[in-house]
Ligand binder design. Structure first.
Ligand code: PRX
Length: 634
């Protein structure tokens, strides 16, 4: 499976495009299947209907756990590094991980979970989060992990959408000097759900929590006494493995569905090739399992390759801004995968703190989640990689399941801020707004993918039509990513950012409509419009224009109230950076807000707003612009 040179990459890519089914058939042979597939692929992007490894039977956890545990039982699967360096760190071998997953799986069975049931997981970044996910997969239950930073309402929405019967959570989590009251939030969420029958609670921080003896079950009272083996449920390739909610341009977040066989093959293949992982390497991805990066490149991809990874509960700046670098030295991390926003925020602390650490174990650096600007790329390359570690700028999405465009470490010649070239099997195309394919190089357009890959989204949970409309209806016969992209003279791809109403804040994807819905619940606000604007650390910041019901005397207070409301409804990640009170919004005669203009004003543009002739009341633009300028002068 491992590509070893750039020439080989070119050959493999060419072969994969000409013979995709043969190519993926050969890759899939590297895994353990209870029964091989009858046919590699059936697809159309019209419905869409995409099936990989048809009639193949397997359980992904046998490939993640049983096989590596047999091959090297004592090899470390995870090193756990706690929030504070003085707390206890520990490691889990493959044999131990298999046993722990089996015990958790048996406990879930005892709680009544069956194949096909949905299980919500709302946990801190600790090994039990991973164990819970794998335990679901072991018994054929579908996990739906909800990031621990989301609010009670967000959690409730996700539980309700998938009708989860069990929630797995912890008393609380730790993030720097903050305690995250997970159980308290979960209790609040469950009040507005109807499907949860049992809550499995891990004692992690020892915080005192409310406990409902009928409904709540302590992890330590049910998991450790279970048998250490659980017979894996035999799944079909196309059985659902998990649901993960993500934001889009409209409506509430949707549940992206990934299935078993194709997701396994693609995450394993992409992990191995992008990172060029070798057996004794120590890999560390700083993401949270609440996001797709955690699913594919903390849990499934690395385990499928028998890798050793670090799991870290804390944050980069606690107890000080050297925490990441200290962890790299402590575990002799060879592969470090993080987000540009983390790089930029650590850059702000200067290089003296870095000089206290060796960082000489590093071989490969990775970036994910948002475009990495050239300056941050150079800083990362020189100061962390000491000019000798390639940076794999990996472009992908929740919906793609795995990395689609990225350098292969030490193989693909790099270019700062470019995700470079597609992985084997991936056919990116750029299209204009009418959907015409833009040929040649030195061009820019909307990024689409022309042919399915094994870990492509299959549906949006409970609403297939939404999946079709969102990804497959904008351009005929193409998967539309929602991203803008350039292709340079060498055919290299550079992602320029979202072209839809989605904002990428610190690598977190948030729909403007979701934020507006939350803001509009403020009693003094009639209407709002939210746009992203360039932010030096977060990549994009959130700028909200609000129309009040009455004169606002204290805008600062209003801003605080709006952010409190957003925190309550969505979570702190969606808090606004700027709020501007306006008397009207630039709308077309058909009532559509022209966000393009609002974006320009938020960016500081004072002059060039493009065509404003379709506006119902063009004077609004001037008014908003003047008010912004005035507030800046103050
Ligand atoms: O805009 C792209 C950006 O993140 C979006 C996907 O977000 P999400 O589904 O939350 O997954 C994030 C982790 C894979 C994309 O549509 N994005 C992701 N990686 C990159 C990126 N933009 C530029 N460069 C990247 N490497």
């Amino acid at each position: 499976m491992l590509i070893k040179s750039f020439d080989e990459y070119k050959q493999v890519y060419d072969y994969s495009i000409k013979n995709p089914e043969k190519f993926w058939d050969e890759i899939a042979q590297n895994f353990y299947w209870r029964k091989k597939w009858d046919k590699v692929l059936e697809w159309n992007f019209r419905d869409p209907n995409i099936k990989w490894f048809i009639n193949g039977k397997l359980n992904i956890t046998e490939n993640c756990l049983d096989i590596p545990a047999k091959k090297h039982p004592d090899k470390i699967a995870f090193y756990f590094e706690p929030n504070h360096p003085d707390e206890k760190s520990y490691s889990i071998s493959y044999k131990e991980l298999l046993e722990k997953v089996c015990q958790a799986a048996n406990a879930l069975k005892e709680l009544g979970v069956k194949k096909g049931d949905r299980v919500a997981i709302y946990m801190p970044m600790i090994p039990e989060a991973t164990i819970a996910m794998l335990a679901c997969a072991r018994i054929g239950a579908i996990h739906s992990v909800v990031f621990g930073g989301f609010s009670a309402q967000s959690l409730a929405d996700r539980i309700n959408d998938a009708e989860c019967s069990i929630l797995i959570t912890a008393d609380a989590g730790k993030r720097g000097n903050k305690i995250v009251p997970l159980k308290q939030t979960a209790d609040e969420a469950i009040k507005s759900t109807h499907s949860i029958k049992k809550v499995l609670v891990l004692k992690h921080t020892g915080e005192s929590i409310a406990f409902d003896n009928q409904r709540d079950v302590w992890w330590h009272e049910i998991v450790p006494q279970q048998k250490t083996f659980c017979e894996p449920e035999v799944m079909d390739s196309e059985d659902m493995l998990f649901i993960l909610y993500t934001s889009g341009s409209t409506g509430k977040p949707k549940g992206v569905v990934h299935t078993t066989g194709g997701y396994m093959v693609y995450t394993a293949y992409s992990f191995l090739n992008v990172f060029q992982y070798e057996p004794n390497d120590i890999y560390w991805c700083t993401a949270d399992v609440g996001w797709i990066t955690g699913h594919s490149y903390i849990v499934y991809g690395p385990l499928l390759n028998g890798a050793t990874s670090v799991i870290f509960e804390g944050i980069p700046t606690f107890p000080d801004a050297g925490r990441f670098w200290q962890i790299i030295d402590k575990y002799k991390v060879t592969h470090f995968y993080t987000a540009p926003t983390a790089i930029r925020s650590l850059e702000a602390f200067g290089t003296d703190i870095i000089k206290q650490y060796k960082l000489d174990s590093l071989k490969v650096l990775g970036s994910v989640g948002e475009p990495i600007n050239e300056e941050a790329w150079e800083w990362y390359y020189q100061n962390i990689g000491k000019g000798k570690c390639p940076i794999v700028d990996t472009w992908w999405q929740t919906e793609t399941g795995g990395i689609l465009i990225s350098p292969l470490a030490n193989i693909t010649p790099l270019k700062p801020s470019y995700a470079t070239l597609p992985l084997p099997g991936i056919i990116p195309v750029l299209v204009d707004d009418k959907g015409n394919e833009i040929q040649g190089n030195n061009v820019e357009g909307n990024l689409c993918i022309k042919f399915p890959w094994p870990s492509i989204i299959r549906t949006t949970y409970g609403n297939h039509e939404r999946c079709r409309q969102t990804y497959f209806s904008t351009y005929e016969n193409l998967y539309f990513t929602g991203d803008g992209c350039k292709r340079d003279q060498d055919g290299y791809y550079r992602i320029t950012g979202r072209v839809d109403d989605v904002i990428n804040v610190s690598g977190h994807r948030i729909g403007t409509a979701e934020i507006e819905d939350a803001i509009n619940q403020h009693p003094d606000i009639v209407e709002s419009a939210v746009v992203g604007y360039p932010h030096p650390i977060k990549g994009q910041g959130i700028y909200a224009y609000v129309i009040p019901t009455k004169e606002i005397k204290d805008v600062k207070l209003l801003h605080k109230e709006v952010n409190d409301l957003i925190t309550k409804i969505i979570g702190p990640i969606a808090k606004t950076d700027v709020i501007q009170v306006v008397s009207g919004l630039p709308k077309t005669r058909s009532g559509k807000i022209m966000r393009r203009i609002l974006r320009k004003i938020a960016e500081g543009e004072t002059y060039n707003f493009g065509d404003t002739t379709t506006l119902l009341d063009p004077s609004v633009v001037d008014e908003i612009k003047q008010a912004k300028l005035k507030s800046e002068l103050r």
